[in-house]
Ligand binder design. Structure first.
Ligand code: WT7
Length: 652
């Protein structure tokens, strides 16, 4: 059962926060009743080159989806994140860089230095032929150069596509091909937990594969991070530091339309290859900046740390764009939470006087498992606010975060949102919302959550359903890059007139929202999204595999683990070695986050007479829940299920 303990808003928070309960109610009503008026005012958070005359132009009427915000306004994202702060805070730290090793000296990059670095890099891109609208792929570790690269693209109107450094050469190649990107920024090696990650070598393979598919990467800009030996291809590969050093530091930001693309970010869906989520300039930046300011109640001088990687949307909105648009000090951490010891996170908090920490339930659970001593040997006095994102947080982890880490002093913002939404959608506000452990609580301004049943009927009051959003908000994705039909079909076809999130959700009697997890074939492994179809297609590409079905199952640390049912080719024998081989195969093919947790060899899979795999049954077996396998009479061969259950139970 869920925890119904209520944590009222601490008085000091109600007093000092931007938004208290009354203002939340007032603004929320206005945001729904008069979106043009509300968002038109909020848009003053940004510097516009040409002020818009039109605020909202949106429709979810299938199939003619229109999503335009501030459409005749113009602005530049990098000017909003850098140049406009120079008058007041040129010498303030914009980015604190905490390297992988605690023995390496951290870096403090001021807004003036950020301006210099980004302008030079933007000039390098221009000199090498990158034009407005071109796609630039960024495959970097969590180093400041990743933020420089994103902002340099924004400065000249190029569209960036950041690919997480943990992805394989094939995954990188697929993303380069999909958006036909001809410029790549990478590093010699990444560093995580003391171990090098061969980014340049991976990039070389990816570039080769993309070329075979007809996409020719013309330049590869390489950051020297570790100094490890890498091959530099004459005429194609350039050292980042050399190019930046000789480039001019004068690069005026270009005037972009509010609806011009800012970035593409690939994310997994329930079918097919990852899709390129496209975000645009004005609405996205406003939404990232406003949510960062209000949800974290960011005030000048605070030190803010979002521990996500820039390879995910959390890193885009809450490491780079939101904080920098607000003139904040944002910390970038290159390493991992439990290296050299599970005290690392708390040591970094003390070292830099972090006031706000935003991380994922999976990290909280793993640090909780390491024991309280690691936490209690540090001070953490600077902490005022905690945040979580990525998956539902179990009450035990919530209480530990609140009590042991925050010493009952720091409210926890459990923020529900998605790559597609650009920023927080359902979230508490520290001065306004009483907390319930495990609930993302209430909608942000302008957000109209709707729970629907299987037929698409909206539920009133308390109940369980599929979570949809009834109207657009400025941070919403605009399309799937290169495949608008997929965008319309994925999000707007099932429940007409609404955006479907793919999540299940419960609303309680107080109107609080409790996300129950994905209701589609998307896994959430350690807060990372993964399509079962991607893992399946990787497995069946192995010469010994004839068929595969992949489902999620509850996993103590990861939230969900990856359970694979594998049918081998005629004549192949199941073995532990083969399991290891398949596990390595998927890791190499997609990346370590896709590594199967369990593989069960199964001579057959439960299918309907029309050949459809019955995943519901496979999920139950993976969860060890045999009580309610449901009606198996429609199966082509009901014996398959007994066989699977027998094999599963024998192994326990
Ligand atoms: C999916 C989106 C948005 C940043 C990180 C993940 C799950 C996200 C929560 C939360 C319960 C959550 C949902 C969502 N999710 N935050 N606070 N409580 N579930 O972005 O990779 O696009 O994944 O993550 O299932 O649909 P993403």
């Amino acid at each position: 059962m869920t925890d119904q303990t209520l944590y009222p808003v601490p008085e000091r928070w109600a007093e000092r926060a931007y938004i208290d309960a009354d203002r939340y109610a007032e603004w929320y009503r206005k945001s729904l009743d008069d979106p043009d008026g509300f968002w038109g005012e909020q848009a003053d958070r940004l510097d516009w080159i040409r002020r818009f005359t039109k605020v909202k132009n949106t429709s979810f009427a299938y199939p003619d989806i229109t999503i335009k915000w501030f459409e005749d306004g113009t602005l530049n994202v990098s000017a909003n994140c850098i140049d406009r702060h120079l008058a007041d805070r040129a010498e303030q730290t914009a980015i604190i860089f905490e390297p992988d090793s605690p023995d390496e000296t951290p870096r403090h990059i001021t807004y003036r230095e950020l301006h210099d670095q980004v302008s030079r890099l933007a000039n390098v891109l221009k000199e090498r032929g990158v034009r407005r609208g071109d796609r630039v792929t960024i495959y970097l570790p969590m180093i400041p150069e990743a933020a420089f690269a994103m902002l340099a693209c924004a400065r000249i109107g190029a569209t960036h596509s950041v690919v997480f450094g943990g992805f394989s050469p094939d995954s990188l190649a697929g993303r380069i091909e999909d958006c036909r990107s001809t410029f790549l920024i990478t590093a010699d090696e990444g560093l995580r937990g003391g171990k090098p990650v061969p980014l340049k070598a991976n990039a070389d393979k990816a570039v080769e594969r993309a070329a075979a598919e007809g996409v020719n990467v013309k330049s590869v800009l390489v950051v020297r991070r570790t100094g490890g030996t890498v091959e530099m291809k004459e005429g194609r590969d350039l050292w980042f530091h050399e190019e930046v050093a000789r480039a001019s530091a004068d690069c005026p930001p270009v005037e972009m339309g509010a609806e011009d693309p800012l970035f593409i970010l690939y994310t997994s869906g329930s079918t097919g290859k990852p899709k390129g989520v496209l975000h645009t300039t004005g609405g996205y930046l406003l939404y990232a900046a406003m949510t960062h300011r209000i949800v974290f109640d960011y005030h000048d001088g605070n030190v803010y740390w979002c521990a996500a990687d820039v390879g995910w949307v959390t890193g885009h909105s809450y490491v780079v764009y939101g904080p920098l648009a607000n003139g904040a000090t944002t910390l970038m951490f290159e390493g991992v939470p439990n290296w050299p010891t599970p005290a690392r996170i708390w040591e970094v908090v003390d070292r830099h006087g972090v006031n706000t920490l935003y991380t994922a339930p999976t990290a909280i659970r793993s640090l909780m498992g390491a024991g309280n001593d690691y936490v209690q040997q540090t001070s953490r006095k600077s902490l005022r606010l905690l945040g979580t994102v990525g998956e539902p947080i179990n009450p035990e982890a919530w209480h530990w975060y609140h009590h042991v880490v925050g010493e009952d002093r720091c409210p926890i913002m459990d923020t529900w949102w998605q790559t597609e939404t650009g920023g927080h959608m359902i979230t508490p506000l520290p001065g306004a919302t009483a907390l319930k452990p495990g609930s993302a609580t209430l909608p942000f301004f302008g957000i109209r959550p709707v729970l629907v049943d299987g037929e698409g009927h909206a539920l009133e009051g308390a109940g369980d359903g599929n979570l949809c959003i009834a109207d657009s908000w400025p941070g919403q994705m605009r399309t799937v890059y290169g495949d608008h039909k997929r965008f319309v079909e994925t999000y707007f076809a099932l429940y007409k007139g609404k955006y479907f999130t793919g999540d299940g959700c419960r609303r309680d009697a107080d109107g609080y929202y409790w996300i129950t997890g994905r209701v589609d074939d998307v896994l959430n492994v350690s807060g990372h999204r993964l399509g079962t179809a991607e893992v399946e297609s990787s497995l069946v590409a192995h010469p010994k595999v004839s068929e595969a079905a992949v489902v999620g199952y509850p996993h103590d640390l990861k939230g969900q683990g990856i359970y694979c049912y594998v049918t081998l080719m005629e004549g192949e024998e199941p073995s532990d070695e083969l399991k290891k081989e398949l596990r390595d195969w998927v890791r190499r093919d997609i990346g370590p986050i896709a590594s199967p947790d369990q593989i069960q060899f199964s001579p057959g899979l439960p299918k309907t007479r029309s050949g459809k795999i019955m995943r519901r049954i496979l999920r139950k077996i993976a969860e060890d829940d045999y009580s309610n396998l449901g009606d198996t009479s429609t199966l082509a061969d009901p014996g398959v299920v007994d066989n699977l259950v027998g094999n599963r139970q024998n192994r326990r």
